[in-house]
Structure formats: structure tokens, C-alpha cells
Write a protein of this length. Structure first.
Length: 279
């Protein structure tokens, strides 16, 4: 079944080994999603984050992780019950991979695992014209929020590669709220994520509006908000956060995930202030 992977890689027409690795990582992500669907994972969880935005809604940047939220709180949930299905699905497409659960801290509600595949084998399966670094791995991190904050909306999206199947995902308004929360609540001074800002600008370009109820619950749950909440008050607070932003660091974070770095030419604090007004 590796022919379908070869065709996908040829269509991507990567210009470098690094870009080819991004394409292969995305292939691993999508086959992993198929394995999760087969194992009924989406009866319990919804897909969200940057990879959901790229795979299901057409975001024009690569993304590394598979992020999910449970539909309802279950702090005893473990990804291990689905690891075998992911591994089996990948192996059916000639990709040898392991799925390793990350030890969970008592203080975090995030359940994590890593899908790891040998880069050299993946490049061979894909009949790539490039060569990966010897001993390197294609890694996909899976994260599941087991302490689900209520208020998000979901929808079923039909997906057609490597075969037709269905993925339950947060809708665009809820995804936008989750992205706004991540952008402003991870700490702009020491943890700059240009990927977050790139996605925010994409949502605005698509004229998506946030799910304000869900965003309010997110910022309260993470301890970033007390007292009265309104879209106007949030915009004022968010604009203050932008003053701390290192634009250069934000650009460096996103550059390897996009094909054309000229898309970042207009980035400035003034641009991001205007983006906040467009929420």
C-alpha cells in the first residue's frame, strides 16, 4: 500500500529534505487519524489545534502535533488503548512506527504520546529523491486534554486520504477561541510562538469570529481572568500583551513551517494590534 504514499510525496514536490520530512510527517499524522477513527476514538474526543486547521480546513502551513480535547472530563483517560490501532494502521502502509506514552505529571491534565518512525525507512517507502539525516526520526506528538473545558462546538468532517473516513473536530469558531487562548496565555515574553500568530491572521483572513463563551471559560479555567469579561475588555488586555512580543522571535519560530517567508514581511506590533480589533 506504499504506492499511495509515493504518489502523495510526488504531488507535494518538496524542494528540500526538510520539506520532504514535513510532508512525511503530515502523512504519518493523517494515517494516525485513520487509525484513531477505526478504534472509535472520536466517540470520546475532538480534533483541534494547528494540525486540525491545516488538515481539515486548509491552513497553508505545516504543523507538528496532533491535539485533541475529550468531549467530557475524564482524568483517567489513557492514549495507550488506541496506540495499537495507530501502529497497525501505519504498518499497513509500510511505515514501521512505535507509539510511546509519555509519563504523565500529577499536575497536568494532558495525556501525551509520541509516534516515532525511522526517517530513512519513510524516505525509502516514499521513493524520495532526498536523504534524511542518518538515525533521525519522524516524530508526531499526540496530546489530549483530559480536563475538557466546556463550551466548544463540534462538527464531523469527512476526510478522503488515505481512504474516506470521518473526523470529529471543534468547529472553526471554537478552534479560533482555542488559538486565541494559546496565543495570549502561554506567555509572550518567554515562549514566543509565531505559529500562533500566523494562525490568528489566517482566521481573520477567513472572517472567522471566536466563540466568546468558550474563550471566556478557557481564560478563567487557566487562571488568566477574574472578574467581569467581555470581548471589549479582552481586546484591551490582549493589546497590552502584544507590547511584550518579540516580532523577530515570532518570525523565526514560524519560518520552517511555511514555504514562502515573504508572507511574514508585514508582521509588526501594529499589525497584531489591528488583528485584535478584528476578532
Amino acid at each position: 500500500m506504499s504506492e499511495i504514499i509515493k504518489q502523495r510525496v510526488r504531488q507535494a514536490n518538496a524542494k528540500s529534505s526538510e520539506q520532504e520530512t514535513m510532508v512525511l510527517r503530515e502523512i504519518v499524522q493523517e494515517i494516525a487519524l485513520l487509525g484513531l477513527w477505526r478504534s472509535k476514538f472520536f466517540e470520546h474526543a475532538a480534533f483541534y489545534g494547528g494540525t486540525a486547521l491545516r488538515i481539515l480546513y486548509g491552513l497553508d502551513r505545516f504543523s507538528e502535533d496532533l491535539d485533541f480535547t475529550l468531549l467530557k472530563k475524564d482524568t483517567k483517560f489513557e492514549i495507550t488503548r488506541y496506540a495499537g490501532a495507530i501502529q497497525q494502521e501505519l504498518e499497513s502502509y509500510d511505515i514501521e512506527a512505535s507509539v510511546e506514552r509519555k509519563a504523565k505529571s500529577i499536575r497536568t491534565p494532558i495525556e501525551s504520546a509520541f509516534v516515532k518512525a525511522n526517517s530513512q525507512i519513510c524516505f525509502l517507502v516514499a521513493a524520495s529523491k532526498f536523504k534524511p539525516q542518518k538515525g533521525s526520526l519522524i516524530k508526531v506528538k499526540i496530546e489530549i486534554d483530559t480536563d475538557a473545558v466546556p463550551g466548544f462546538q463540534t462538527e464531523a468532517k469527512q476526510f478522503f486520504w488515505p481512504q474516506p473516513f470521518s473526523v470529529l473536530t471543534c468547529d472553526l469558531t471554537s478552534l479560533f477561541s482555542g488559538k486565541i487562548h494559546a496565543t495570549f496565555c502561554r506567555g509572550l515574553r518567554n515562549n514566543v510562538k509565531g505559529r500562533d500568530w500566523y494562525d490568528v491572521l489566517w482566521y481573520i483572513g477567513q472572517k472567522v469570529k471566536p466563540n466568546w463563551l468558550y474563550l471566556e471559560k478557557k481564560v478563567r479555567d487557566s487562571g488568566h481572568w477574574e472578574g467581569e469579561f467581555s470581548p471589549e475588555l479582552f481586546r484591551i488586555w490582549a493589546k497590552c500583551q502584544v507590547e511584550q512580543l518579540d516580532i523577530g522571535a515570532a518570525k523565526r519560530d514560524i519560518e520552517r513551517f511555511i514555504i514562502d517567508p515573504r508572507r511574514l514581511d508585514a508582521w509588526s506590533k501594529e499589525l497584531f494590534q489591528a488583528a485584535i480589533d478584528a476578532f
